[in-house]
Design a protein around this ligand. Sequence first.
Ligand SMILES: [Zn+2]
Ligand SMILES: [Zn+2]
Length: 271
Amino acid sequence: MIADFQSYTFWLIVISLFCLLLERIIPWRQQKLLRPQWLQDVFWLAFNGYFLAVLFAPLFTGAAGLADQLFARIGWPQPSQVNLLNSQPFWMQFFVLLVVQDFIEWSVHNALHRIPALWEFHKVHHSIHDMDWIGNFRFHWMEVLIYKPAKYLPLAFMGFNYEPVLAVAVFATLVGHLNHSNVPFDYGPLKYIFNSPKMHIWHHDTELHLNSGQNFGIVLSVWDWLFGTAWMPQGQPQRLGFDGDDKFPDNLLLRMIYPASKFLMAHEESK
Ligand SMILES: [Zn+2]
Ligand SMILES: [Zn+2]
């Protein structure tokens, strides 16, 4: 493979191999490399990490064009033309994008847990029982259709260049992969800023310790500490998953079309 440093896919592969190796060197839980559902998770990694972006690209380009037209019609500046930040230095764009994007994602993740209709889709991510790095990419395709539009307008108005956008995507993937990795660490005093394996594992606890769950942070943990949704005791949860996950399908296709598959499963049971 030719190393293309400008390609997200290249970095996704590098980070995945790094976490795979790290889990072999400093494992936290006794867990087999080829644990149950590993093959399905390879599919989720390829599908959500690569193919989904290709599949949805025309949809998002079309929606961005429509947003521009709509704003022009009501006499407002077009989001994709404003570009408040694209002449700023790389590090400034990186910092602003990371913080703004992560706060929006934290808010959306909160909503995925608090709004019952959205929680149905998010159950796919919480169906993880054996947590390791690859779990970072086990999520329902609908999540992309929720996260992307929520982020679009603020980020489009700011107008970032390709390099900081790629750098933030790579950094977020590294932290996200590590959060799910079977390795026992946090970042010491920086745990109040960055999410970590020791913190995110509690997000996957079957037991809810706060109202609608805990630790909604993606890259940054600071939002959870600020807004009172952080939960980080010593050790690790008794069981990962969610209440009622014994009725959640294991089958890939049934997960892809969940919650529609609930009706199929109910029909099968009633036969
Ligand atoms: Zn969640
Ligand atoms: Zn997770």
